[in-house]
Design a protein around this ligand. Sequence first.
Ligand code: HEC
Length: 151
Amino acid sequence: MKRAWLLLALLVLAAPAAAQAPDGAALYKRCAACHLPSGAGVTGAFPPLQTDFLSLAGKADGRRYLALALIKGIAGPLTVDGKTYRGVMPAQSMLDDAGIATVLNHVGNTIAKGGNGFRAFTPAEVAAARQSGEGLTSANIGALHGKLSGQ
Ligand code: HEC
């Protein structure tokens, strides 16, 4: 009897969490189509999501840029690790604030392996970036990168 209650309690606790929490690895699959499953990217076409990502994630303006890159998309030119990209990244408009935070955290933790130095994004932080970037275009986001990285 005790066991049955425990099982029921576990089911009740686990079910809503599983239904609500966006899964970073699953969301990253859409990114992997271009940036590759490893995040290594393709030189000249799709930038890597590694060193530059972690360096941006370490600065307030860089974090805003990363969130806006997904919200608005990016139009180049963009220089990452000394290589120039003149592509267009489509806005990931199917992702809400929680989805964007989750996929950025998957990149920071698992793809770029930021370790303890990587600070997690929250949906509230993404919402603030979304609001502050309302009037910006994907080309504005590309230009923002140049100012941030000095490249
Ligand atoms: C259709 C291809 C495509 C998809 C899908 C895509 N990207 Fe991109 N991404 C690009 C391209 C192209 C660029 C460079 C844009 C440019 O040349 O201006 C880019 C740039 C970026 C940058 C900027 C890198 C830097 O160092 O400044 C980040 C961050 C990024 N993508 C993350 C993601 C994430 C996370 C996803 C999944 C949610 C994703 N991308 C999905 C093509 C894509």
